[in-house]
Design a protein around this ligand. Sequence first.
Ligand code: IPE
Ligand code: IPE
Ligand code: MG
Length: 254
Amino acid sequence: MSPPMETLDYPGEAPDGLHVAIIMDGNGRWAKARGLPRSLGHRAGVAALRRTVEGARELGVNRLTVFGFSTENWRRPREEVSELLRLLRAYFHSDLGRLEREGVRVRIVGRRTGLEPDILEMIRDAEARTASNSRFHLQVAFNYGGRADIVDAARAFAAAVERGEANAYDLDEAAFASRLSTAGSPPPDLIIRTGFERRLSNFLLWDCAYAELVFQDIYWPDYGPEQLRAAIAEYLTRERRFGGVQPHDIRAAV
Ligand code: IPE
Ligand code: IPE
Ligand code: MG
């Protein structure tokens, strides 16, 4: 029987490496546990990000997507939002040159509308400067929300229909995915969340369809290559079927 859906294309992990996505959670609680202001937790979180990016390639990862700031994080107190934006600017300012030299392609995923002009400029600059790199892909989800991304993609398709460039039946999974801010990236193989919560908090809602989920009970500022290694070891015990069956199951069934 032929498949009822137009797309059944879930190729699994890329031969050149894993795509790992991380919900870096727990900065505030890490700081609170030490009697420190939340801002110091976020600073320690940037150091953890640096360590993790550095260790990722050796662990067979070739693409890392990190959740830096969600569309809902604007609800936080103004001072905290300012501190997070300051840290984002500082991270690109201090690390972009090195990332560029090391062959890292940087991409920022998320909603661009409404962002301050200097942030937009910084994003464009980071992407342009690293555009020809392909050794490692670092995707920073900033002003990212899975629902917002889906709505924006739907809007972009509707606009194409309005312009007479497409009709409703041109929309399939690939056409839809090509309008997400994550377009062009393979979906994550593994999504990690630190910080003791078991939820996605609006991360990669479309892209996570067949990702393996690993929750690690550690605050993000304590994270590094060792913890990433443990998460990947757990991932490697999983059997990914993408809705199908494994070859040995087929043998057992006949
Ligand atoms: C994650 O840590 C960082 C961001 C959301 C930017 P949190 O700030 O959410 O820390 P907790 O969850 O309050 O401990
Ligand atoms: C998710 O963490 C967002 C980031 C890590 C950037 P949150 O701390 O915002 O999520 P909730 O509020 O616990 O769901
Ligand atoms: Mg949190």
